[in-house]
Design a protein around this ligand. Sequence first.
Ligand code: DC
Length: 230
Amino acid sequence: MSTTPVETRPMGLVVAIDGPSGSGKSSTSRGVATRLGLRYLDTGAMFRGITWWMLREGVDVHDAAAVAARAEEPEVMSGTDPSGPGILVAGVDVSLAIRSDDVTSAVSPVSAVPAVRARLLDLQREVIADGGIVVEGRDIGSVVAPYAQVKIYLTADSSARAERRAAEEGGSDIDATRESLLSRDKIDSGRATAPLVMANGATHIDTTPYSLDEVIDQVVALVEAVGEHA
Ligand code: DC
């Protein structure tokens, strides 16, 4: 049974940044948090962390019932420093391991399991509760923190996303990277629980023509505009 608390509105600022894989969410979120002196939560890293643990335990990640049965078990602790957030799962620092191909190909089916989402929703809301935070994911503005004062939905052309992601991964094949991104998008957008959607009240930024600094500038301006009207 989920212990998900009723959504509570933190006193401080929450900036929700959602969008598909490779749209620039992580770099933008970290950049905005650093410039504004806010904390940062990478919810994708939490889904990757629980996926890493399922693989380590030999759970069949395509068997939703098997994944659900173990979803409450691993302890997941997320750091919130934008310059090096770090993540511990069952006491192991998995900051690098969660970026492996094995985890990347298993994370979408694991994140589609409602028991996994309920478990991580509790943890995400605990971290967000103190406010003063930029939170990135797929369902932050729609489900996790719908009260966020600033909600951003980032997208980019699939070719631009694949090029950026392949460069981040140290020169992976661009076509294969694009296929992997599109296949994850399909699962993330099509799942029944908390699919990737643009939240009500979100500002859509297509990052294709902009540099990272330009996107950060746009988001910082939106946050500052909210502050002026608070
Ligand atoms: O942002 P990322 O690529 O590291 O996210 C990894 C996966 O986690 C992504 O394919 C979907 C899932 N995810 C999710 O379902 N909900 C979130 N809030 C964040 C990530």
